[in-house]
Design a protein around this ligand. Structure first.
Ligand SMILES: Cc1cc2nc3c(=O)[nH]c(=O)nc-3n(C[C@H](O)[C@H](O)[C@H](O)COP(=O)(O)OP(=O)(O)OC[C@H]3O[C@@H](n4cnc5c(N)ncnc54)[C@H](O)[C@@H]3O)c2cc1C
Length: 296
């Protein structure tokens, strides 16, 4: 018998307050938030799995949580903002071109209209496309439960493969991007995948920084996906190139540090060796750029 979402146990709160109260009052019952369902419902529709998870359907929270806006400190992305919403926000995409580059390579238009940013991050896949971009932009997560709100930096948000710091009674309410890269003159998003679109990454990389006319890098941040159990920053490489002219010595040091930090796996999508080679090439391609405005 084919299964559908209609076979699942679902509760649909009318607003955020009701959702948080519900989670507090039904702790230990296994209720999970459901946003666009493009990850959460795959086991039912692709694998025909028994719908055993009870879902807390967030659709009625859209008036409160579906937004992308500039604030005095940066950009704020509501938990129910979709990938299409990010692409539609010219201010965000012009300020940080890597956001648009990433979204253009994310799934297909139909998925982009449903898939939320918060769902992508909460799903905690090392292959998330949004994760490296938001890591490079030093985003943080705002979460809430019935007792209040807290902020967690994105690089402290994932605790392992498909695991996060979120408690069972906690929801992501927004993602914040601080205004600290406004002067960056270089940024890059690259996704290595079998197809140009509608394909899960074998590897992805987001980088941002400023290179001056003498070839010196400052404020460099590099993030990679699929190179370990969680998306990660290449912090050792960042420190090695920061305030340095990127010459042959620096290039070799960066390469060695990258290779000693990354722990790619071999799976059905790619071998660890391929991932390592591709990651090294992508990071070098970014750092080799000459001064000037490079956003690609
Ligand atoms: C055909 C296809 C192509 C895809 N292509 C890509 C791609 O190119 N790149 C990519 O990165 N991903 C891709 N995905 C994966 C998926 O679309 C994304 O991860 C998406 O952003 C998930 O968001 P969602 O709103 O659908 O989350 P859901 O499926 O609703 O939820 C995902 C997880 O997040 C949790 N969650 C959702 N909202 C919240 C919240 N507010 N607070 C706490 N937890 C929450 C859920 O409980 C669940 O565990 C693809 C999926 C499909 C089916």
């Amino acid at each position: 018998m084919s299964r559908t979402f209609a076979d699942a146990k679902v509760h649909t709160p009318a607003n955020l307050e009701e959702a948080l109260d519900f989670l507090a009052n039904h702790a230990n019952e296994g209720w999970k938030p459901l946003a666009g369902g493009t990850d959460a419902l795959v086991p039912i529709y692709r694998d025909g799995a028994e719908p055993t998870t009870p879902w807390l359907n967030l659709q009625k929270l859209r008036p409160e949580l579906r937004f992308v806006r500039r604030t005095s400190n940066g950009f704020e992305i509501g938990a129910l903002a979709t990938i299409s919403d990010l692409m539609a926000n010219r201010d965000l995409c012009e300020t940080y071109p890597i956001v648009r580059q990433c979204c253009q390579h994310f799934a297909s238009p139909a998925i982009r209209h449903r898939a939320t940013v918060a769902g992508n991050l909460a799903n905690a896949s090392p292959a998330s496309d949004i994760a490296p971009v938001l890591l490079a932009l030093e985003a943080e997560i705002e979460s809430a439960n019935h007792a209040g709100r807290r902020f967690v930096t994105l690089d402290a948000f994932w605790t392992g493969y498909k695991a996060t710091v979120l408690a069972p009674d906690e929801l992501i309410v927004s993602v914040r991007i601080p205004h600290r890269d406004l002067a960056a003159n270089a940024s890059m998003f690259r996704k290595v995948a079998p197809r140009a679109s509608n394909s899960i990454a074998l590897l992805n990389c987001a980088a941002i920084g400023t290179r001056d006319s003498a070839g010196t890098w400052t404020n460099v941040r590099i993030a990679l996906g699929c190179m370990g159990p969680v998306p990660m920053r290449a912090r050792k490489v960042e420190s090695a190139v920061e305030d340095h002219r990127f010459d042959d010595t620096c290039r070799e040091e960066a390469k060695a540090l990258l290779q000693s930090t990354l722990r790619p796996i071999t799976d059905y999508r790619a071998t660890a060796e391929y991932r390592m080679l591709a990651a090294t090439n992508l990071v070098s391609a970014f750092l080799d750029r000459t001064a000037g405005n490079w956003h690609s």
